[in-house]
Design a protein. Structure first.
Length: 313
């Protein structure tokens, strides 16, 4: 009752809901870089949102099934082949015993999630299954024997108009050059408005800890800052004037000044940025940030409820 990794792909890890209650110990939140994609992928295979799944980045793993396993790859549109047969990402299917699944690359976005019925059976560390280290070829992933018919979000009801206004089912996948909405950071008054006027490019040095951006350096006063608490979404400005946006594996304290903080509604979009993508920042009000978060939560709840109800029909 398992899947075996024949090739690990790029930074393939097990993720669940993460460790939000462990930050006081200096441990990052962890969990999925794109929580919406994990939740929807899990819903399609009948799991609750935080059920352990595989997250991979830019190139996916190759696996072989030792038993029949119902699954779904959800998130960025990675190329999939089951024993040479092309499959479409975002659809459920069964990988039968002895069959292999090759997950290739993706033309847009950065990450996706392999969700299986019942999730992966892995040990918990600090109440979470999220890995501290990437998986490697030869690793065995325990899961249930299961089978699934083909289904996808396209087979569910059309998203409601207000859901489409927030990007529909996958607002995390955006065109290069899109804006990340943010609130002013604690040291916003150290900088001028060039941060909001400039366009930045994601560098290859980016990872789950943070998205490193290149662009015109920002001028800042020659001041010292005592390290203070930081969280995913914090936009730090390094000594060379370049921004780093902290991700889900970002540290819990930092000493760089923070010009802004990406709002919670856009953190999944941050997790889907890939090297070469362009991004700019849009300052919004606290009211707008709270409204965007509420719309996003409501949209996800509607999709999860719709998927769950249709599974029972």
């Amino acid at each position: 009752m398992s899947l075996r990794l024949l090739a690990a792909g790029t930074y393939t890890i097990v993720v669940d809901g993460g460790r939000p209650r462990s930050r006081g110990l200096g441990i990052p939140v962890g969990g999925p870089a794109d929580a919406t994609s994990l939740a929807l992928g899990n819903a399609l295979v009948g799991n609750v949102p935080g059920t352990p799944a595989l997250e991979f980045t830019l190139t996916g793993p190759k696996l072989v099934a030792e038993t029949d396993v119902g699954m779904c790859v959800f998130g960025a549109p990675f190329r999939l082949e089951r024993d040479g047969e092309s499959l479409e990402a975002g659809h459920t299917f069964t990988l039968h015993a002895g069959q292999s699944l090759q997950i290739g690359g993706t033309p847009i976005g950065c990450r996706a999630y392999l969700c299986v019925v019942g999730g992966f059976d892995v040990p918990l560390v600090l109440e979470s299954a999220t890995s501290f280290d990437p998986l490697k070829a030869g690793d065995l992933l325990k899961c249930e024997t299961s089978r699934l018919p083909g289904r996808s979000l396209a087979t569910e009801e059309e998203a409601e108009p207000d859901a489409r206004s927030e990007g529909g089912a996958l607002p995390s996948l955006r065109a290069s050059g899109s804006a990340l909405r943010c609130l002013p950071g604690p040291q916003a008054d150290w900088f001028d408005d060039a941060f909001y006027r400039n366009t930045f490019r994601v560098t290859p040095a980016s990872n789950r800890m943070g998205v490193r951006l290149d662009g015109p350096p920002l001028a800042a006063p020659n001041r010292e800052l005592v390290s203070e608490a930081v969280a995913p979404g914090a936009v730090q400005i390094t000594n060379d004037g370049k921004p780093i946006v902290l991700g889900v594996d970002g540290q819990t304290t930092g000493g760089y000044p923070k010009v802004a903080h990406v709002i919670s509604a856009d953190l999944d979009a941050l997790g889907q940025l890939r090297p070469g993508d362009e991004v700019h920042f849009e300052r919004v009000s606290e009211f707008a940030a709270e409204a965007a978060a509420a719309r996003r939560r409501d949209t996800l709840r509607r999709w999860l409820r719709r998927i769950g109800m249709n599974r029972q029909l």
